[in-house]
Design a binder for this molecule. Structure first.
Ligand SMILES: Cc1ncc(COP(=O)(O)O)c(C=O)c1O
Length: 377
């Protein structure tokens, strides 16, 4: 599914040097390495501020809390994402309100968001948290309009979307604040857990800085209840090295995706509709988006049987995500039921992520597509 060693081989000396410098400096928490990464990251994304923190999950909480999303607020988000997209809202003390997804991109549907905002459940909503799932931005033309018209805060869950774009802007600079994850499988990855908040607002950045250090502006004077959500120096050093290469890796991912597309079409497996019948519905980059292909996710009718077949052929695949968030045991108290979000539920039954990473070879992709063809025939 993902071979991290191929990337590491080329960077081994540079990474070990960078890590060695942190040990030499004995500055293990935040410090100059993290600050240098923050400056370089902000420059690459075209945002005023980038603040390193301990994980993507903490970045989501910091983004929400720094935008003053707290108790009594409701936040509209998607039921089809990683758990943290919803749990971070609860962690901030606010109430998650869910809306269904768009079946083409799997991202939060702007039309569904407007519907929920006009309903009883939407009363008290102060923010929208949109996830750029699989590396493709949610429809920011629509979310920017809704945010403006209804005076809502817009928060991006950009955990899977380093370098992704919407029209002329990059993910991380679209909303009031954005959260990135550098979990080791992400397009830009740390050597452990790490995350980042980006914003163009000086006030929000100042709050993130304070909240990630137990609410301290002055040492041992706690103005607000924050948390320990700091990035460590090793991660800052590793991420600085990888930041130089991530642009080229993104282009390689885009080529891998284009090659899958061509191979599936050549094999006669690509279906035109929204939902699969006998073949495969391929993922699409929609107008306005620059997709960074964190995942290459197809839709197939007999998904579980196909996955089993691929596993038998020693081909990795993954299901992101098998259970929509409204049906998770831990989120029962939100009061949703099966049938509430038909698009998310259908996606959970049909999606299958195929191997994708910058170093994936053409012959390996041919093997993957060949195995899918074999199964479907
Ligand atoms: C969409 C999404 N949001 C949030 C997270 C949480 O990030 P982390 O694992 O770094 O806490 C992840 C990654 O796992 C994710 O994919």
């Amino acid at each position: 599914m993902l071979d991290l060693k191929r990337q590491y081989q080329g960077l081994r000396h540079e990474l070990l040097d960078a890590v060695g410098q942190v040990i030499d400096s004995q500055q293990f928490i935040l410090g100059e390495e993290v600050a240098a990464f923050e400056r370089a990251a902000a420059g690459q994304l075209g945002v005023r501020h980038a603040l390193g923190c301990s994980s993507g999950t903490d970045a989501l909480w910091l983004a929400l809390a720094s935008c003053q999303v707290g108790p009594d607020a409701a936040v509209v988000t998607t039921p089809f994402s990683f758990f943290a997209s919803v749990s971070s809202i609860l962690r901030a003390g606010a109430k998650p309100v869910l809306a269904d997804i768009d079946p083409v991109t799997f991202n939060l549907s702007a039309a569904a968001v407007e519907q929920v905002l006009n309903s009883e459940r939407g009363v008290g909503a102060t923010a929208i948290l949109a996830v750029h799932l699989y590396g493709q931005c949610a429809d920011w033309t629509e979310f920017a309009r809704i945010g403006r018209e209804r005076d809502l805060r817009l928060i991006e869950d950009a955990a899977q979307a380093w370098g992704a774009g919407w029209e002329e802007k990059k993910a991380g600079g679209l909303g009031d604040a954005a959260a990135f994850s550098f979990y080791p499988t992400k397009n830009l990855s740390a050597a452990g857990d790490a995350g980042m908040v980006t914003t163009n607002s000086d006030a929000i950045a100042e709050r993130v800085r304070m909240l990630r250090q137990h609410g301290m502006r002055r040492r041992y004077y706690h103005d607000e209840l924050g948390w320990n959500a700091r990035m460590d120096g090793f991660q800052g050093a590793v991420l600085q090295v990888k930041l130089k290469y991530v642009g080229a890796w993104t282009e390689a991912r885009r080529q891998v995706a284009a090659r899958y597309d061509a191979l599936f079409r050549k094999a006669g497996l690509a279906e035109g509709g929204l939902y699969p019948e006998r073949g495969v519905v391929l993922p699409r980059e929609v107008k306005g988006a620059k997709h960074v292909w964190h995942q290459y996710v197809i839709r197939v009718a007999r998904r579980d049987a196909l996955r089993e077949y691929l596993t038998g052929q020693k081909i990795g695949s993954e299901i992101f995500y098998p259970i929509p968030l409204h049906l998770q045991e831990a989120l029962k108290m939100l009061g949703y039921r099966e049938g509430d979000f038909p698009e998310a539920e259908r996606a959970a039954r049909e999606v299958l992520a195929l191997p994708i990473f910058p170093e994936l070879r053409e012959d390996e992709q041919e093997t993957v597509v060949g195995a899918v063809a074999e199964f479907l025939s």
